[in-house]
Ligand binder design. Structure first.
Ligand SMILES: *Cc1c(COP(=O)(O)O)cnc(C)c1O
Length: 237
């Protein structure tokens, strides 16, 4: 079996094992394949294998790679055409106009100013943007993401933006080998997620919890992730 297929299968079986351990249905967890460090040929391979949810962390590269993949799909009409690009990295306001027409979901909304930009751009383009609020669950370690205590308020403000639809939360595990600390961060995100759902701040589409990368997705799945974002476990040696 080609290497990429083998690695994806390994990730999928790791996800399935983590689901088993905590009694979750494996169908609840979506594998988002992060292509930010992948060769174009390897991305094409992933698409040939039938995977449709792909993620990029920089606006410029998202634009370039998605255009190259569109051209590839145009020349290969036998392949599934409905690839979904996710914007997972920090988004600057001046890049919103590039990202909105491409991304099916923006995982990294973390300020009111960015929300305003997405909403007004969405209005002029006739796009209702699907977003996740990025939460900084590890406090001091990361630059981006809302403090846990600020999430509810921004979520409430988003309800007044007709061109934004809030689909859930995203968090990044802390860069540490301390598995217990990583787990506590994911658990905090899950609690917040449940809390917001209970409050009915968003609609029924508020159902995604995007957390877990190559080094920590097993823990994230055990703690309730509905989307895991995996790059290096699939593309690098
Ligand atoms: C790069 C990146 C990932 C994937 O990380 P890997 O360690 O390569 O699996 C996930 N989420 C975000 C926001 C990233 O920037």
């Amino acid at each position: 079996m080609p290497k990429i297929a083998e690695r994806i299968n390994k990730v999928k079986s790791t996800i399935a094992d983590a689901c088993d351990r905590v009694g979750r249905d494996v169908g609840e967890v979506k594998l988002l394949i992060v292509t930010k460090a992948a060769e174009l040929n390897d991305i094409k391979e992933v698409i040939r294998l039938g995977y449709k949810d792909l993620g990029e962390s920089r606006a410029q590269r998202l634009k370039k790679v998605s255009a190259e993949i569109s051209e590839f799909l145009y020349k290969n009409p036998q392949l599934a055409q409905d690839i979904r690009w996710h914007m997972i990295g920090h988004l600057q306001r001046n890049k919103v106009k590039h990202v909105l027409p491409i991304a099916c979901m923006i995982h990294s909304l973390d300020t009111l100013r960015l929300a305003e930009q997405i909403n007004s751009r969405g209005e002029s383009e006739g796009i209702k943007a699907k977003v996740l609020l990025q939460v900084n669950t590890s406090q001091e370690e990361q630059k981006y993401g809302l403090p846990v205590g600020a999430v509810t308020h921004l979520a409430e403000q988003l309800m007044t933006f007709p061109n934004i639809e809030l689909h859930g939360l995203m968090t990044m595990g802390p860069l540490t080998k301390d598995r217990d600390f990583i787990r506590s961060c994911f658990r905090r995100a899950r609690e917040l997620f449940e809390e917001l759902r209970g409050k009915n701040i968003a609609g029924p589409e508020f159902k995604e919890l995007s957390m877990g990368m190559s080094s920590d997705y097993e823990i994230a799945v055990e703690e309730g992730a509905t989307i895991v974002r995996i790059g290096s476990a699939i593309f690098s040696e």
